[in-house]
Design a binder for this molecule. Sequence first.
Ligand code: C2E
Ligand code: CA
Ligand code: CA
Ligand code: CA
Length: 279
Amino acid sequence: VKESGRNGFRFFKGEMNAEALRWLALETRLRRAIERDELALHYQPQVSHLDGTLVGMEALLRWNSGEIGNVSPADFIPLAEDTGLIHPIGEWVIRQACFQNKAWQDAGLAPVRVAVNVSAHQFKAGAVVSVVRSALHDSGLAPRWLEVELTESVMLGDSSAAEAQMAELRALGVSLSLDDFGTGYSSLGYLSRFPLDKLKIDQTFVRNITSEQRSAAIAQATIALAKGLSLAVVAEGVETIGQRDFLGSLGCDVMQGYLYGRPIPAVDMARLLALGSVM
Ligand code: C2E
Ligand code: CA
Ligand code: CA
Ligand code: CA
């Protein structure tokens, strides 16, 4: 049992309760997930509001455990971060996304950018740049077709190390997107200091955008801020036409959400890519 991390702390604090046992069992299974080929990426379309064309996609990790079935990333990513498993898993994600995207291009499909989620823990370990560089090199994918999504937590703490890694990724030609904008430790200073290409408006604001004045105000301010800083802006969690129209009227030009499509396996995404649009 680890001496640090949420689960370890919980473990030492009390007797081995059911929750701690469950967590340990999950860790053992997750440890074997890569070698057992239980991980997969699903892809969710990002769509131009103006003409419905597919402009990109986000790779989202799925774990289908042979023993316990599908486990949500909301459950196993925090576990992976606590146990250090995020490093091999995160590397697998980056490589898989690069190889898949290159395979689509080689099959003659119109090239699109794939965004991968990279945990703050991966930045903290300082290995993101070398992992990305080898994934691009080994797959043959041109850097402009890869995007890294990071959260505000990356820019906390030793932020100059994070800043240097972000600059190196940018120098490689990879684009950088700030995920879940507005939910974390948002400091406007981050936005001018760190080399970002894109902001993603978090789905908690999008969800209430047509019913709650405060969410609407936050979305509106975020879009205006992004434009003022020459950043692209993507709204996530767009589920209704009302949300889409409202965001569109505020000047948000790229949408992601169930209205356009759920995350789907690579074979299904290939079909969407062949169509070039979701509508
Ligand atoms: P996220 O990066 O904010 O991803 C967006 C989440 O919202 C995804 O959940 C997606 O399936 C879901 N979503 C997309 N459109 C809609 C919508 O219209 N309505 C609703 N209600 N939800 C929508 P998912 O796939 O369960 O992933 C949850 C979180 O797990 C992600 O949030 C991300 O933080 C993390 N995650 C997923 N894959 C990876 C990965 O490869 N690496 C890392 N480090 N984290 C990952
Ligand atoms: Ca994301
Ligand atoms: Ca997000
Ligand atoms: Ca999120």
